[in-house]
Structure formats: C-alpha cells, structure tokens
Design a protein around this ligand. Structure first.
Ligand code: SF4
Length: 456
C-alpha cells in the first residue's frame, strides 16, 4: 500500500479509514507530500483536523524535580514507565479507545502481569449500555443494514450532527440505500432529546423529553404497543400521551426501524436501566416488525476495547487482576472508582484524555501519583503526567484494527511514515521489561517478593 515518505513526492491514498469517531468512515482520500498530509477529502471537519494536525509530540518528555519538562530517549522513557508500573501496588491502566485492538491486547497482558486494573473509556460513556445489553441482549445490526433498509431512524439522547458528523449522510438518513433509493424522502427521522439540538433541528419530528424522563417514556411506549394506551396519564416524562401514541404507531408500522442511543440515556437518571428498557421496547417492536438498537459509540475504537477486553478477560471494561483472575464490578473496579477512592498508586494513560473527561477529584488524585501518558498528541492529561511518550497515530502513521460502532472490524491504514514507535511496540517493550522483573507473571507485593533484578 502506498504511504507518503519524508521528503517524497505527492501520493494519493484512497479508502482510508478515519481514526476519530465511532463511524470509522473508510472512504477518505488522503494526499501526502513531503512527509505531511496536505489534504483530506470526504472527511468531516473533525476527521480532517486530526489528519492535518501539526501539534504532535516528537520525542518523550520527563517532568523533572523543578516541574519542568526535559527531553529523554525512547529507551529511557520506556524503562521509566515499566519501572513505574512494576513498582506499583495498585496500578491502573486507563484509556485504550484511541488505539488499536492489537495494542489493547498487549495492555491486557501488562495488567495481568502486574496484577493491575485495566479500564477503558466506556466506563464513563456507554458502560451502562453494555450493562443493559448484558441483561437484555443486543438487537443490533450493521450500519449497512440501516443504510439499505431503515425507513424509521430515531436518535435518542444523541446529537450526531456534532459528535458523529457523517453518521446521517453516510449510514442512516440522507444516503440512498438498496431499498431506500430516495434517501431521506424514504425515511422518517425522529430525535428524542431534552433540548433542541442541531440534529433535532433537521429531524422530521422532535420530541422533547424532561431530563430523567427516558425510562418512563420507554415504559409508556411499551404499554402502548401492548395495547394499554388507555391506562396512561395525559403526560409521561414531559411528553403528551398523544405524541407517544403517534411515535409508537410510527415504530410499529415501520418496515425497518433503527434506534440509536446516546450518552443522554446512559449518563442520566436510570442509566443502564434506561438502555435495558429501550432494548425491551425494541424487543416488543420486533413482535410486529424489524427494529434494531445501536449505541452511538464515541471514540473510534472504544467499541474495540469492549471486544478485546471481553474476548481476553470475559469482561468489557473495569477489569481488576489483583486477585490473580479477572474481576469486574462497575462501581468498584472502574477508573473513576479507583481514582475517586484515591486507591491507584500509578497510572498508565493511553488512547484517552482523562484530564478532559474524568471528574475533577480523579484528576486531582492522578496529579499526586506517578502517571505515564502514551499518546501522539499533547493533551490535558500531559499537564499532570510524569512522563509523556509520543507514538505513531493509529490510522495515520501506522496500521491497526478498529471496531466500528456496529462492531464491524475495520483495518486502519498507514498513510504517513513518522518514524515514531507504535503503541504496540512501546507496550510490548514495557511488557517485556516488566516480565523480566516478574518472572512468574503475578503481582507479588514488593515486601514479599524476592530480590528483583533491576530492569535492564
Ligand atoms: S464522521 Fe467520524 S469517522 Fe467519519 S470523518 Fe467524521 S470524525 Fe471521521
């Protein structure tokens, strides 16, 4: 596959996948010249910005005693990170949504070797969706099926115009499908939200719901579909009963309906029970027609974290290896739990920016413990890290596997040669060094461990 080399002539690479959001659009056309991306066609502004970004870190930096940054070599930085993790009693490895499935697998091996806790971003976004799916199943489908068949599309607690800008035009609404040849003319777009979002403005119907009213509204829709509309009060969750009867009829009479659920459901009152109730509504609708539910996954490979974590440990996120076997209990073993309790004593951050997304008390704790950031870009988390190791950006300067929000694996292409090590390479070296110190692959408290050889 062609790839732009430093100083080389112009190269055009087609069918490139975008490593930004869960849409994983794989129709980008990227032009590279002189070792830099010069243009990106087909991407939205979010995706283009990542390809064209100039704010990359090029060599590792270490915070010194005066709180200033000093450059260090990759070998030194990797050894420093390995020692930091190997010496910790309660290490946390957090993030993983912005890296490849291959790197995630190595991260799980590190966590197992050091008896640490490994968590990914879904614990702060769609973890409740996964819990709902664990209880009620997943009536999912591919985005291709939605494109070709859906005549009713509902976004609930999600605003893709801002978060997934090409979702409607590529997969759900404005695109022509095999059985929806007239694009949006053949489809009805409904948005259910607590406020008038940009997506709501272009919807055929917008249903405004009261904050925290989702569970009651799903229950009301289920009751209507079961034929019990007459038992409902005049208004449910801030929505007039007649509007819900209209929505239930629209869904029941759809040829193929697609419900997309956002973090407006998972991070509001009811959380995973909202999603479980939404799945049960879809289950109810499937007695009459074909209906599906897909969580709107944010980071490009956050779905991949759930795939690899579940495949290798049995659990989708928040996996604690301190007992020697995987243990999972959201509310106890996620990053927010560990950091909020002040329990973690070292943290590796990769493919995420907790500085931007975790609660303040978590970041205050991160600032007090040894913290390693592995990321192509300087982020808010760099501000409290002890060391930042830059890496190749998956999907731009190295290959890797990502899982789209509908769980279709997409091979990410390399379009540029940056010369930076990949996440896989850095993590493999960290694992190798740690295994040298922990020959039995278990986390033995330092006080009990035999004299460990220094990392070489
Ligand atoms: S919608 Fe998402 S995956 Fe597609 S180009 Fe935009 S940021 Fe990239």
């Amino acid at each position: 596959m062609p790839c732009g080399e430093d100083g080389g002539g112009p190269v055009t690479i087609r069918d490139v996948a975008c490593p930004l959001c869960g849409c994983l659009c794989d129709d980008l056309v990227v032009k590279v010249e002189g070792g830099a991306v010069t243009s990106v066609d087909n991407a939205c502004s979010l995706g283009s910005e990542k390809f064209l970004s100039q704010s990359r870190l090029r060599s590792p930096i270490l915070r010194d005693d005066n709180q200033s940054w000093s450059p260090i070599g990759f070998a030194e930085g990797i050894r420093y990170a390995a020692e930091m993790l190997a010496d910790a009693e309660r290490p946390l490895l957090f993030g993983w949504s912005g890296t490849s499935a291959e790197a995630q697998c190595i991260g799980i091996q590190i966590a197992e070797t050091i008896g640490g806790v490994i968590d990914n971003c879904s614990s702060i976004c769609h973890g409740p969706s996964i819990m709902g799916i664990q209880e009620a199943g997943h009536p999912g489908c591919t985005l291709g099926a939605v494109k070709n068949r859906a005549d009713v599309v509902i976004y609930w607690g999600s605003n893709p115009i801002e978060s997934h800008p090409r979702h409607l035009s590529r997969y759900t609404t404005f695109v022509n499908g095999k059985y929806r040849e007239n694009g949006h003319h053949d489809r009805t777009l409904v948005v259910v939200d607590i406020r008038m979002t940009d997506t709501a403005k272009i919807a055929d119907e917008f249903i405004r719901i009261k904050p925290g009213g989702d569970y009651a509204v799903f229950s009301a829709l289920r009751a209507i579909i079961r034929g019990h509309a007459d038992t409902l009060p005049a208004s449910i969750g801030g929505v007039p009963r007649e509007r819900l009867i209209w929505l239930a009829d629209l869904c029941r009479n759809a040829r193929f309906g697609a419900l997309f659920t956002g973090i407006g459901l998972t991070q509001s009152r009811g959380r995973y029970k909202n999603v479980r109730n939404a799945i049960q509504l879809v289950d109810e609708l499937n007695r009459h027609t074909k209906f599906t539910l897909t969580p709107m996954r944010g980071h490009w490979n956050v779905n991949g974290t759930n795939q690899t974590f579940s495949f290798l440990t049995g659990y989708p996120y928040g996996v604690d290896f301190s007992r020697g076997t995987p243990y999972y209990n959201p509310g106890e073993t996620t990053a927010v739990d560990l950091l909020g309790r002040g329990e973690a004593d070292a943290c590796l951050i990769i493919g995420a920016d907790p500085g931007a997304h975790l609660p303040r008390r978590c970041n205050e704790h991160l600032a007090t413990i040894p913290t390693i950031v592995i990321d192509p870009f300087v982020s808010l988390s760099t501000s409290f890290a002890d060391i930042h190791i830059p890496v190749a950006c998956v999907g731009i300067d190295c290959e890797g596997t990502g899982y789209r929000m509908d769980s279709v694996p997409i091979r990410m292409k390399k379009v540029l040669s940056s010369g930076l090590p990949t996440d896989e390479e850095v993590l493999s070296q960290i694992l190798h060094l740690i295994q040298g110190r922990r020959p039995y692959g278990v986390n033995v408290p330092k006080a009990l461990s035999p004299e460990a050889p220094p990392v070489a």
